[in-house]
Design a protein around this ligand. Sequence first.
Ligand code: NAD
Length: 479
Amino acid sequence: MFKNLINGEWVEGARASRNINPSDTRDLVGEYAQADAAQARDAVGAARAAFGSWSHSTPQQRFDVLDAAGTEILARRNELGDLLAREEGKTLPEAIGEVARAGNIFKFFAGEALRAGGEVIPSVRPGVGVEVTREAVGVVGLITPWNFPIAIPAWKLAPALAFGNTVVMKPADLVPGSAWALADILLRAGLPKGVFNLVMGRGSEVGAVLLDDPRVDAISFTGSVGTGQKVAAACLARMAKFQLEMGGKNPFVVLDDADLDVAVNSALNSGFFSTGQRCTASSRVIVTEGIHDRFVAAMVARMKTLTVDDARKKGTDIGPVVDEKQLAQDLEYIAIGQAEGATLAAGGQAMARNADGAPGFYLAPALFTETTAAMRINREEIFGPVLSVLRVRDYDEALATANDTPFGLASGIATTSLKHATHFKRHAQAGMVMVNLPTAGVDYHVPFGGRKGSSYGPREQGRYAAEFYTTVKTAYTQA
Ligand code: NAD
């Protein structure tokens, strides 16, 4: 049984949950403790008690812990990647890449602990000095989704700790293994007790404590729009600071002048890899008339070569969907698309077993063509390997269609035109824009986040993470 970490101790849960491998549902990854509300409150109390000394610890102390954690994560990337692929279902190379990303994030924020500084500004009054400094916010509650079981916890935890906050983290119920491994690593990296607390458990119970407990100063949330709205309402009600990263309906534009290979590789990657379960995945490919038929033919041909199989098997391009519920949602949207009159040009069939007969949540990636912007499959987040093609006249219509969505996380374009690439970078209504690259797949040291219905609050990652995890103080001194 893997336990919760509260005040530096491994604590039994009120219940247990079974972590199941979606590539082979007979395989139990492990049993994980589930905290109840009282234990969640204990964790908040521990974080509160630890805040005073951690927020005044030296940058060297924070550097050492984060650097040691990053070193261990990187050294164990294959083993931790195997655990991640086993519990979440992304392929082994993708999972190892995600673990490496987490390790690098810890290294980056170890450095940020040292670099954190302020400004000295002359006052408008004689003899007065003004200092602008950043301080830790306090106890931060982190609520994370299942699709990046180690990278998202890392990109919230590392800056929170680097800037002197203490943390209570609630990972997604489906993937507690990677979060538990992170807690184990941090404890051994020398984090004082109470600075980081892991409470695995239900959102409605453990998550709710983090939202409502007045001792939690800030919440960083990544997940669905529906839960994000609950987080926002609860935080506003008690004036807690919050940050939300939510859904997407990311467009990828393909213009007549695009390099066809670049366009197809980018669309395949960002539409289907990681089983389409990335918030930055492309779900709408907007293609101009002159290249439309060649693009669709090339996509269908390439899709036939993709292997959907056990996430940890060599040669697998696409692993299973994360669980039964998500598979049912994907299949429901595939049925909705057909009922709306879209053409299912390839894929879309569920497979109850893989090539070796193992039971899992397998789905052949689906490509819809002849779709319109008004269809539900082009408006609502599906969060699976389902891609729609929209045919448009020209660049102007492509841009307007790309922006015609309540979301605004990532937006991409395949073009060899400098003019259109430049215009698109300026006019795409998204937090991140990719030119001749998949919409998914980002660097770890630069800002991440979106606009419109995708995000709320300051950006995550890179130096911009300080906006959320610190609060500014302006001090005046009369000499
Ligand atoms: P989810 O909203 O179901 O759950 C996210 C987290 O919130 C989980 O830990 C869950 O237990 C918790 N939670 C649920 N109900 C709660 C409540 N009432 N109070 C407090 N916490 C609660 O999302 P998910 O299914 O785990 O993740 C998929 C979603 O995440 C997709 O919509 C995807 O687009 C989004 N996502 C966004 C980004 C981004 O950066 N924009 C990144 C990854 C995933």
